[in-house]
Design a protein around this ligand. Structure first.
Ligand code: DON
Length: 583
């Protein structure tokens, strides 16, 4: 246990004593709601008494909250949110990508992990993305149908509902169909990302037809985006279940597009796609239980590894947000990401030393290498192979219900709008998740960076991910559900969220909003958000860190359940995100 964590009870006692001698009305309110609102805080959570849904879209969060309100459980709501995001956040929400879901089941008192990551088509092979000069061809790896893995989302959502939901498949898809058919107002968030990706998107005539106005003219704010093709696709899936996507009409539409566009996915690949229910990675931190995603995500392994190292360090009174604390964190990040590049891959194909990497013994060993006043250059950490940055976009949502169930789900098309290619007639983009494999293990790719052998491309293998949906238990019950997009920055973002809440007792919104840093071993560069105070940066610069100010890091969508009250936090870094309570 780490002794620097403040004791909540003690804090409460101090508050009560401080306020009992005061006539201040705010103080009295603090006494009335002692553990919920703290008027010393600048940011406050959204409060719900019967449940909470947090996602990157207000419309999708509302869909989930409506389902809870109708008596659905957290799994019903999560599946409905998953489908709704495919309509209202088409850059990341999807039915044609993949992801990971963590589900805590109150009645069984157990947490399960659902792996619905895309799988490489059976015709994929190690050098798939190398050109005639044996160099990675980024265009092929990112903007072609060759970059598509066999989608897992529909199978994943179907599995979750069938195993753990209480409502019908049709009822949880219905709100998404309605949104697609009636249309959604184009807001500035949607517009700005469409604008950013406009040149890529316009290359595909079907994308022009579906996501632009006539003659491929971009939408304006205030226009309504109707998606009749997607509505029909969703209605078909609603009627035919999982087979509605993996067999029959939609499967044939996918395969025809693949044939016309050098894609590899076949009807057999689609029919053979399967979800895996796996044991979550189980760790502990400062007395809390951490449940998170195992490989083929690297997220859970390294989240727990990093928390273990932090716990083994002599933090004493190191202040949160100080240069000293950041130094400790950076040294931890470098070691974890070095290990990631060597050891992590799909466990169906490579042996991943999960137990060893997440053991306290190994963490203590690594902690001993970390000194409060010494920077270890990344080159000295391991003669390993550097990683390349992963790029946007992905999305996370969290749901908790009044029965004590919790869902933490991160899913993706990989980049914004995946490959940018819309499958004709279906209304959905195809993912480009094959790019999460190492195109050329052991030597730099076109970004000048490389990945490890364990993550080489192979038929039916699942590419390594960083997605880290996480549930924290306190006294055996869900305490926090959290996760974020952000590619390789996902793991460090979730780590900082847990350190802020579990060690430094920040409320869930303050913990979310606090500025973040990121280091991923290679390149040996510290990324910082703009809000890190300049004098802290000066200290780090003087110590010898190479610092780059980054665009915002991640977009956490989290819920904390404290004393029976649901506290929601939607990250302000992505506009449009919303925590919707069930009151
Ligand atoms: O699975 C992964 O780790 C990546 N495909 C996720 C990409 C991502 O998070 C981008 N988000 N901003």
């Amino acid at each position: 246990m780490i002794s620097t964590g403040k004791n909540r009870l003690l804090q409460l006692l101090v508050l009560v004593i401080a306020f009992s001698s005061s006539n201040d009305t705010l103080a009295n309110e603090s006494i009335a709601y002692p553990n919920i609102i703290n008027y010393y805080n600048i940011f406050h959570p959204v409060i719900g008494r019967k449940g909470m849904v947090v996602s990157q879209s207000n419309l999708a969060s509302q869909v989930g909250a409506d389902i809870l309100h109708q008596g659905g459980n957290a799994i019903d709501a999560a599946v409905a949110v998953g489908f709704a995001l495919a309509v209202v956040l088409p850059r990341a929400g999807n039915i044609s990508g993949g992801g990971f879901m963590l589900v805590h089941l109150a009645k069984k008192n157990k947490t399960v992990a659902i792996n619905y990551r895309e799988m490489a088509p059976s015709r994929a092979y190690r050098d798939l993305f190398l050109n005639e000069n044996q160099q990675p061809d980024t265009e092929k790896a990112l903007h072609s149908l060759t970059s598509a893995g066999v989608p897992g989302t529909v199978a994943g959502l179907h599995y979750a509902l069938e195993q753990y939901g209480s409502m019908s498949w049709a009822d949880v898809i219905k709100p998404a169909i309605k949104l697609a058919r009636q249309g959604v107002l184009i807001n500035d968030d949607m517009l700005s990302i469409f604008k950013k990706e406009e040149a890529t998107l316009k290359k595909n005539p079907e994308t022009c037809r579906v996501f632009f106005k006539a003659d491929c003219i971009p939408y304006q704010a205030g226009d309504v985006l109707k998606q009749p093709d997607l509505a029909n696709t969703l209605a078909h899936i609603s009627q035919h279940g999982k087979a509605g996507f993996y067999q029959g009409k939609i499967a044939q539409q996918i395969v025809s597009a693949m044939k016309a566009g050098n894609g590899l996915i076949t009807l057999e690949d689609l029919a053979n796609y399967h979800v895996q229910e796996v044991e979550p990675i189980h760790g502990s931190f400062n007395g809390y239980e951490i449940l998170t995603m195992p490989p083929p995500s690297s997220g859970g392994v390294h989240l727990v590894q990093m928390l273990n190292i932090l716990e083994a360090l002599p933090l004493k009174n190191t202040k949160n947000g100080s240069a000293a604390m950041m130094h400790f964190q950076i040294e931890i990040f470098k070691r974890a990401y070095a290990d990631r590049s060597t050891y992590l891959g799909d466990p169906d194909f490579v042996k991943v030393p999960v137990k060893a990497l997440t053991s306290q013994t190994y963490a203590s060993h690594l902690a001993k290498q970390i000194k409060a006043d010494v920077i270890t250059p990344s080159s000295q950490i391991k003669a390993g192979k550097p990683l390349r940055y992963e790029t946007p976009d992905t999305t996370h949502f969290s749901v908790m219900d009044k029965a004590g169930n919790a869902v933490s789900n991160t899913y993706t098309l990989n980049h914004y709008y995946g490959s940018g290619i819309t499958i004709p007639g279906t209304g959905f983009f195809m993912n480009n998740t094959m790019d999460d494999f190492s195109a050329k293990p052991g030597s730099p790719n076109s970004y000048g960076l490389v990945g490890g052998e364990a993550n080489a491309i192979a038929a039916k293998k699942r590419p390594l991910s960083s997605m880290t949906p996480t549930i924290v238990l306190k006294d055996g019950r869900p305490y926090i559900a959290t996760g974020t997009p952000g590619g390789s920055k996902i793991i460090t973002t979730v780590f900082q969220q847990l350190v802020n809440t579990l060690l430094y007792n920040m409320n869930i919104v303050e913990a979310t909003n606090a500025p973040r840093i990121h280091h991923q071993w290679m390149p040996d560069i510290l990324l910082v958000e703009e809000d890190i105070p300049t004098d802290t940066l000066d200290i780090l610069k003087k110590r010898g860190y190479t610092i780059e100010v980054s665009k915002s890091l991640g977009s956490l969508q989290s819920i904390m359940l404290e004393n029976g009250i649901f506290l929601g936090a939607a990250d302000p870094r992505r506009p449009g995100a919303l925590a919707v309570p069930v009151k």
